[in-house]
Design a protein around this ligand. Structure first.
Ligand code: UT7
Length: 328
């Protein structure tokens, strides 16, 4: 009998500090009307100086384990989708492993930017379906505000910090869990969203890094064009693989980057508003945290219930994109 990777617990964590659009209008030449009209964002959560990715990830993980009704020592693998971990190394997953006391778990990070959770879920599911792992903790977390240029109005208003976590468990013969996934990439678009320094190409303290941008750079228009196409592309492909169509989708939970992108993708997929989940207004773009935070809120609000079919889709720096089709 085949093994399915079933979602048995979920949790989310965001920093307590809220930054509104009006707060940004005191820092850069922007205003609430522009931000809301172009992005749908009203506010975002921002980490304090002493807060980092592993703190949010730990908090979300504790809630996910509680929701699943299992102890940290019952987890045999931790997979964390992040591009803004506490350090280049050790991995953030190892920091969480220690904080949780998950003494029987292996741990590694997955670097797929805003599609980090989509990639991590598929990685975890493949390992569960192979029968080699039984219970995997999957976290999506990013703290992009630590890498922003607070003088660049074209990027600084877009991002926020946050984490979401799920427990995925192997269930034999179940029809719940991950149904199908598609993961896609196109490195030709690598130049459109970058953080140039801090890696082995331009280490931050070397002279040849001095003319490089130490902050997030994004070609917004180019990414916008890519995003609308990529979301439709990944969703159509995953539905085709599963031999399903959009009328089978109970809830669409896309990456929360911009409400205009989400609406355009939903229209292309002919998904009515009531089947589309949007919370970008409250958190901005939390990158790897965005989809699991949205899933957690959809559960909290009773919009995502056991047995429903949910389609998630993400896109981001790489360029990468992908979709998970799940029976919750
Ligand atoms: O998860 C990673 C994926 N990233 C994304 O999904 C982002 C995708 N891109 C977008 O969401 C949109 O391109 C943005 C929201 C970033 C920008 O919206 P846009 O409608 O594409 O605006 P634009 O870049 O074409 O800029 C229009 C104008 C420009 O002024 P001019 O040249 O027309 O005079 C910008 O300088 O808006 C100006 N502008 C702003 N004005 C007020 C740019 N940022 C701001 C701002 N406040 N914060």
């Amino acid at each position: 009998m085949s093994i399915r990777a079933v979602f048995t617990g979920i949790g989310k964590a965001v920093p307590s500090h809220i930054m509104t659009n009006d707060d940004f209008s005191k820092i850069v030449d922007t205003n609430d009307e522009w931000i809301q009209q172009r992005t749908g964002i009203k506010q975002r959560r921002v980490c304090g100086q002493d807060e980092a990715a592993s703190d949010l990830a730990y908090e979300a993980s504790v809630l996910a384990l509680k929701d699943a009704g299992i102890g940290a020592d019952e987890i045999d693998l931790i997979v964390v989708g992040t591009v803004t971990g506490d350090h280049p190394f050790p991995s953030t997953s190892c920091l969480i492993q220690e904080k949780l006391g998950a003494k029987n778990a292996g741990a590694f990070d997955v670097g797929a930017a805003c599609a980090g959770f989509i990639y991590s879920v598929d990685t975890a599911a493949a390992m569960i379906e192979s029968g080699r792992y039984k219970r995997v903790l999957v976290v999506g977390v990013d703290v992009l505000t630590k890498f922003m240029d607070w003088n660049d109005r074209a990027t600084c208003v877009l991002f926020g910090d946050g984490a979401g976590a799920v427990v995925m468990e192997g269930h034999e013969g179940s029809d719940h869990g991950l149904i199908k996934t598609v993961l896609l990439a196109n490195g030709e678009g690598a130049c459109h969203i970058t953080l140039e320094t801090g890696g082995s190409r331009y280490p931050q303290d070397r002279e040849w890094s001095e003319d490089k941008n130490p902050h997030i750079y994004m070609n917004g228009r180019e990414v916008y064009r890519f995003a609308v196409g990529a979301m439709g592309d990944a969703c159509m492909k995953v539905l085709e693989l599963a031999e399903m169509n959009t009328s089978d989708i109970d809830l669409f939970v896309p990456h929360q980057a911009n409400s205009r992108i989400i609406t355009a993708a939903a229209e292309r997929l002919e998904l009515p508003e009531e089947r589309v989940f949007i919370n970008v207004q409250d958190y901005g773009n939390t990158s790897g945290g965005s989809i699991p935070i949205a899933l957690a809120e959809a559960v909290e609000q009773g919009r995502l219930k056991k047995g429903m079919v949910v389609m998630t889709v993400g896109f981001g720096a790489g360029l990468v994109w992908g979709a998970n089709l799940i029976r919750w």
